[in-house]
Ligand binder design. Structure first.
Ligand code: PEP
Ligand code: MG
Length: 559
């Protein structure tokens, strides 16, 4: 028996069964060049293969947002033009031209320091892989051949692999690659399938055919469990199943403590796909719409009409509030079409609201689109990375100017649109009292707040252990912001990762947080925690936590 500790689960659950190792080999292109005469033949082969792959993707897209995104990739003229250029000007055969194009485009996505966009590399590889199989006359993936219950262990799974999974036979999934927003993670959560992603080296550690336990609750794989261990996990699986049933039964119920304190549970989203998967979790609204994805996935700054269409669709689909955060790029989030000057400290540099206040037309275009969408739902506007009242005043003046413009064009909008800021800089914490007097709500961004309060880079693996939102400096900042917001009579939410942290939920509730906004799949657990304690009890816990002098002490108190 061997127990391997692995990452935080992507989709919770426990599975016990035979390991099925899936390690498909990459289809390599022949590296030889072609004659001038052969170029039109190769071009024709490529176009036929692409057209046939596209037809299949369109069929699959009827029931899947993932494949709807693949249709867009198949239609992207950049892929077609790049392959054509490589065939006609560089005399590469169709397979080689496609392989290079796929590698180049996916490498560009993989270099982006944003997990969501990095995952788009998998989509490009998947679409190109589908075309490659047609060029080579090879049939689909080996996963379709699974004929008995197994736990799938793979280096990575393409979206089309996951779409072909028979969930009666696949009990759980472990992949060496991928993050929390990878397709396999999203698919597994949607199906309630236990899954762990990013388990480096796992395919070398698990022998094919071995009996394994996948503990996607505490993050462990047990290879060849002995009888006692198997029994232990069978019991754990039963308990987990019962808890899940209990959680599902709560889905339509308010997030209310036993003594009647009601809070909002909202989702963080980046696009319509996220909105659609969040709504079934019984959300009170969207506490953070990361509008930057719209910008990062475009080929140029999106126009007012494009943005209006996106925000309007979200406003119509979301029950309750839709908080749209204005453009938050720069720092670790580049734009493919806009060259940012190299900076020594990009996270302290020209980003988010600083950039928008310098590029007023870009800012106004977005604000007008948000205003126009406010005619279609409870749309709210939120400014990121604010550090001063002066900065906020300028943003609010621009908002007022945009209202006049929209009105001047006779377009509908909500003149009372709620305005808020993200509190994610130490300056905003220290000046929370003054800032609260200027806006309608606060939302605490604990990802950046932790980075700036602790002076620990949120994306640097070497200091990842020090990036700790349970540090008293962060928790006391959170408490101070809630107090300042309430003193000014405005609600205070949180949309950083801490809002979905089960260990922190009771403490945040006790501090008086009004809204928890998180990845939608975390909502059932947080709802359960809130509904199963009193506010009085949570308050007492928060007081003890705020007295603790170290993250270690905080953890001892919260368990
Ligand atoms: C945050 O900083 O906590 C936040 C929610 O914003 P982002 O993670 O997009 O910077
Ligand atoms: Mg932030």
């Amino acid at each position: 028996m061997q127990k391997i500790s692995i990452n935080k689960p992507a989709s919770k659950g426990i599975a016990i069964g035979e390991a099925f190792l899936y390690t498909p080999r990459r289809l390599e292109a022949d590296k030889g060049l072609i004659s001038h005469k052969a170029t039109s033949r190769e071009l024709g082969r490529f176009k036929d293969a692409m057209a046939s792959a596209r037809r299949r993707i369109v069929e699959l897209a009827v029931n899947s947002d993932i494949f709807a995104a693949h249709v867009e990739i198949a239609d992207d003229p950049f892929i077609m033009e790049t392959v054509e250029f490589k065939i006609t000007s560089e005399h590469k055969n169709a397979e080689l031209a496609l392989e290079e194009t796929s590698d180049e485009i996916s490498a560009r996505f993989e270099a982006i320091d944003d997990e969501y966009l990095r995952e788009r590399a998998a989509d490009v590889k998947d679409v190109c892989g589908r075309v490659m199989r047609r060029l080579k006359g090879v049939s689909g993936s080996g996963i379709a051949g699974i004929d008995r219950p197994v736990i799938l262990v793979a280096d990575s799974l393409m979206p089309s692999d996951t779409a072909g999974l028979d969930t009666k036979l696949v009990l759980g999934v472990i992949t060496a690659e991928g993050g929390a927003t990878s397709h396999v993670a999203i698919m597994a959560r949607g199906l309630g399938l236990p899954a762990v992603v990013g388990a480096k080296g796992i395919t070398d550690m698990v022998p094919p055919g071995a009996e394994i336990v996948l503990d996607a609750v505490d993050g462990a794989v047990v290879v060849e469990p002995d009888a006692a261990t198997r029994e232990l996990y069978q019991a754990k699986a039963r308990d987990f199943g019962e808890k899940r049933k209990a959680l599902a039964a709560l889905s339509g119920l308010p997030a209310e403590t036993t003594d009647g304190r009601r809070v909002k549970l909202c989702a963080n989203v980046g696009n319509m796909r996220d909105v659609r998967s969040a709504v079934p979790f019984g959300i009170d609204g969207v506490g953070l719409f990361r509008s930057e994805f719209l910008y990062m996935e475009s080929q140029a700054f999106p126009t007012e009409e494009e943005q209006f269409a996106a925000y309007k669709a979200a406003a119509q689909a979301v029950p309750g509030e839709l908080v749209i955060r204005t453009l938050d790029v720069g720092g670790d989030k580049p734009l493919p079409y806009f060259p940012f000057e190299e900076e020594e400290n990009p996270c302290l540099g020209w980003r988010a609201i600083r950039m928008c206040l310098d590029m007023v037309e870009v800012f106004k275009t977005q604000i007008r689109a948000i205003l126009r969408a406010s005619a279609f739902g409870d749309v709210r506007i939120m400014f990121p990375m604010v550090i001063s009242g002066e900065e906020l005043d300028r943003a609010l003046e621009i908002l007022a100017a945009c209202k006049r413009e929209v009105e001047g064009h006779g377009m509908g909008y909500n003149p009372e649109i709620k305005r808020g800021i993200m509190v994610e800089t130490p300056a905003a914490v220290m000046c929370a009292r003054e800032l609260a007097g200027k806006v309608d709500f606060f939302s605490i961004g604990t990802n950046d707040l932790t980075q700036y309060v602790l002076a620990v880079d949120r994306g640097n693996r070497r200091v990842a252990a020090s990036f700790d939102p349970m540090h008293p400096a962060v928790l006391r900042s959170v408490a101070a912001v809630i107090e300042a917001g309430h003193a000014a009579g405005i609600p205070v939410g949180m949309c950083g990762e801490l809002a979905g942290n089960e260990k922190a939920a009771a403490v945040l509730l006790g501090m008086g947080l009004d809204e928890f906004s998180m990845t939608a799949s975390q909502i059932p657990d947080i709802r359960y925690i809130i509904r199963n304690r009193s506010h009085a009890e949570a308050k007492a816990l928060a007081e003890r936590v705020l007295d603790a002098g170290s993250a270690g002490e905080v953890r001892k108190i919260i368990g």
